[in-house]
Ligand binder design. Sequence first.
Ligand SMILES: *Cc1c(COP(=O)(O)O)cnc(C)c1O
Length: 216
Amino acid sequence: MLKKILKNLAPTSTQLVAVSKTKPAEAIQELYDQGQRVFGENKVQELTWKYEALPKDIEWHAIGHLQTNKVKYIAPFVALIHSVESLKLMKEIDKQAKKNNRVIEILLQFHIAEEDTKFGLDLSEAQEILNSEFYKNTQNIKVVGVMGMATFTHDKNQVRKEFRTLKKFFDELKKKFFENENSFKEISMGMSGDYEIAAAEGSTMVRVGSLLFGAR
Ligand SMILES: *Cc1c(COP(=O)(O)O)cnc(C)c1O
């Protein structure tokens, strides 16, 4: 399945984040042995023990809702945090990154789905953050793009529409805040059920779990 997904993503050069949540270390090692290096987890505790247990050249991404008081556990090693949806969380990431002498890359998570159970910012909230004094002076975080989750539905048009919305948000922020920053380039969208639509709509990073590892 890894090969098939990579083949589907190759024409658009979309990166695969293998979402290994709830799966044992052996399952991750198996994909690692096939060449996969980027893995995503949504629970801090799981992320930290897997980081300890598995090869050190794995790039670990935090993809789920992240509690402020847990940032310190992943700050020493996390490669990218996909789920930043408040100034408060951003401040904590900056603080912990500073303590670890690092710059941590983050994505702003947007609410694009119809369900209001899903987390995320709207465009004006994101702009407020990027206009804040705090953000202008921060040195230990780098905003490298946006992330979003589409509605869980079989309606492909709905999903496509939501991915287009996220792409539009990305384009607007790029123009307004990051025009000369090449590092602002990531659009994290697409999961097992909709990664091909996402890739076609401009995703640079899909987060695929069950299709790779089997149902959870
Ligand atoms: C679990 C999860 C995924 C992967 O979901 P699948 O449907 O198993 O591919 C992607 N993104 C986030 C934020 C997740 O929590």
